[in-house]
Write a protein that binds this ligand. Structure first.
Ligand SMILES: C[S@@+](CC[C@H](N)C(=O)[O-])C[C@H]1O[C@@H](n2cnc3c(N)ncnc32)[C@H](O)[C@@H]1O
Length: 271
């Protein structure tokens, strides 16, 4: 698929999710979509306290880690969330930076933005703003942000180098990049790489871990390191994901190998 086709598929897919999913009706085709969103989020590192501190419907279980926990945010800081979806991590970050701080969520799917803005209104958040835009061309000024977070989004972007370049541009000197994402330890079979459903499931767009880290370093970040890494076998129990994998008639043992090659990482870098 060409980059523009990928973006169209991703935008349409997440638009559908924004319109149809909720706390009791989880998304059917997305990164972590088979279980109740809060259950998914607990398995990837969110606490009960965090889950109950955001407006209902802000968490659709679309993440694959907890970058806010990692970001050690301080009062008064400005934070940018790449691919903010319904706003879950933005609201958690907003609670940390307080009224004197600011959180900006960027997402390219208008229905997700509508949903995030409704959630902000519901929770009376005055320090969170959602902007329509692509993470490859961030709607933010140079050197204007203290920390960038992102949760299971950059794998969906066809040009990851450009995403990290943009992240570097908008961060102030000394600013932090804190990202949770899915990467590969081994290349996927070609058929899966081109699959539309695989993109929405955050698999087909994932790249090798070394390439991902190299892209971050080449964008100019220093002290780039993986803070945490775990296998992401839950992905196979997702109905959307298993359905598309079955479509390719892959034997169980090969399937297990594929699942083992998909890892969830938390990675950080400094500008
Ligand atoms: C898997 S969801 C994650 C949402 C959110 N980070 C969370 O954890 O709830 C991916 C989100 O990224 C957005 N997205 C994907 N590719 C994007 C791009 N290139 N530019 C901006 N947003 C993008 C989608 O619209 C969707 O809302």
């Amino acid at each position: 698929m060409k980059p523009e086709e990928i973006k169209k598929v991703v935008r349409e897919g997440y638009g559908r999710i924004a319109k149809t999913s909720g706390p009791c009706c989880p998304p059917t085709s997305s990164c972590c979509g088979s279980s109740r969103p809060d259950d998914v989020s607990k398995t990837i590192g969110y606490s009960d306290e965090e889950l109950s501190s955001v407006p209902e419907g802000a968490n659709l279980g679309l993440g694959c880690g907890n970058p806010v926990a990692l970001a050690s945010l301080k009062k008064g800081e400005t934070v940018l969330d790449l691919g903010s979806g319904p706003g879950f991590d933005c609201f958690l970050a907003a609670n940390k930076v307080g009224k004197e701080g600011k959180v900006i969520g960027v997402d390219m799917t208008p229905d997700m933005l509508d949903r995030a803005r409704e959630n902000a209104k519901k929770g009376n958040y005055t320090n969170v703003e959602f902007r329509l835009g692509e993470i490859e061309n961030l709607p933010a000024a140079d050197n204007s942000v203290d920390a960038i977070i992102s949760n299971c989004v950059i794998n969906l972007a066809p040009d990851k180098r450009q995403v990290f370049k943009e992240a570097h541009r908008v961060l102030r000197s000394g600013g932090r990049l804190m990202v949770s994402d899915l990467v590969l330890t081994k290349e996927l079979p070609d058929a899966l790489k081109g699959s539309v459903e695989g993109y929405l499931g955050c698999i087909s767009g994932a790249i090798l871990k070394e390439a991902y880290l190299r892209d971050i370093k080449e964008a100019g970040f220093r002290e780039v390191r993986i803070v945490d890494e775990s296998h992401y076998l839950e992905l196979l129990s997702d109905p959307g994901v298993s359905e598309f994998i079955e479509k390719f008639n892959i034997p169980q043992d090969v399937l297990k190998e594929i699942a083992k090659s998909i890892v969830s990482i938390k990675v950080q870098g400094i500008k």
